[in-house]
Design a protein around this ligand. Structure first.
Ligand code: SAM
Length: 224
């Protein structure tokens, strides 16, 4: 992928200059935690038998850090192409002394493609870039192709958890997932998709949405 295509896809891969300690962590901690695609293929990122959960586009890592602290027996992979987000996550991993997070600083597509079948028990896709304009919508992470790729990487009975503050993206995602024979939407009442998951850790993006007066949809899909 060319740099121009990368920027178009991710919006921006680099923003504010990193603080000195964040830069240091990018050189020291990231290489220790970085997910190599071959290690992912081989299932050797954690000891055998550990459940794996994935968060795609973790932003500043607030949710990933909270989930990892709460579930020390689960192995977490966070995937985020934005360097400032990765640096922030690393600072959080260091501060909390977490041993169960691995990081991939890239587009999640290659990571999902490289994962063995049924690798993950849960996949979180929280507030993916909404690409609101009609001509941009083809860039949305939820596409027919990615629905199939996510299903392959999830265990039967595993969950895809999706949150958005953009009504149109909630509808877009529901249409694609309801049309897929690979997933079952878990909501029974409106309360189910209006209420965050148990132990929810609000993300930075969610805080911005609330400040702007927007609510959220929390959609849970079970892999058949
Ligand atoms: C709107 S932000 C939300 C961040 C975070 N989940 C939150 O709720 O605060 C979307 C994030 O997805 C990341 N992203 C965009 N495209 C991606 C892709 N193809 N793979 C992984 N992450 C991606 C962006 O860099 C950005 O950090």
């Amino acid at each position: 992928m060319s740099e121009v295509e990368r920027r178009a896809l991710f919006g921006r891969a680099k923003g504010k200059k990193l603080r000195a300690h964040q830069s240091e962590l990018m050189g020291s901690l990231l290489p220790r935690l970085e997910v190599g695609l071959e290690a992912l293929r081989q299932g050797s990122l954690f000891e055998p038998g550990r459940e794996l959960w994935l968060e795609i586009g973790f932003g500043g890592g607030e949710h990933l850090l909270a989930r990892a602290a709460e579930n020390p027996d689960v192995g977490f992979i966070g995937c985020e192409p934005f360097v400032n987000g990765v640096a922030k996550l690393l600072a959080g991993v260091e501060a909390a002394g977490l041993e169960n997070i691995r990081v991939r600083m890239d587009d999640a597509t290659a990571l999902i493609e490289s994962a063995p079948d049924a690798a993950f028990s849960k996949i979180y896709l929280l507030y993916p870039d909404p690409w609101p304009k009609r001509r941009q919508q083809k860039r949305r992470f939820v596409s027919e192709a990615n629905v199939v790729a996510l299903a392959r990487a999830l265990k039967p009975g595993g969950e895809l958890r999706f949150a958005t503050d953009i009504d149109d993206y909630a509808g877009w995602t529901l249409r694609r997932l309801l049309a897929s024979p690979l997933f079952v939407w878990q909501a029974e009442t409106a309360e189910d998709w209006r209420t965050p998951w148990q132990g929810w850790a609000p993300t930075r993006y969610e805080a911005k949405a609330r400040a702007a007066g927007r609510g959220s949809a929390y959609l849970t899909f079970r892999r058949r």
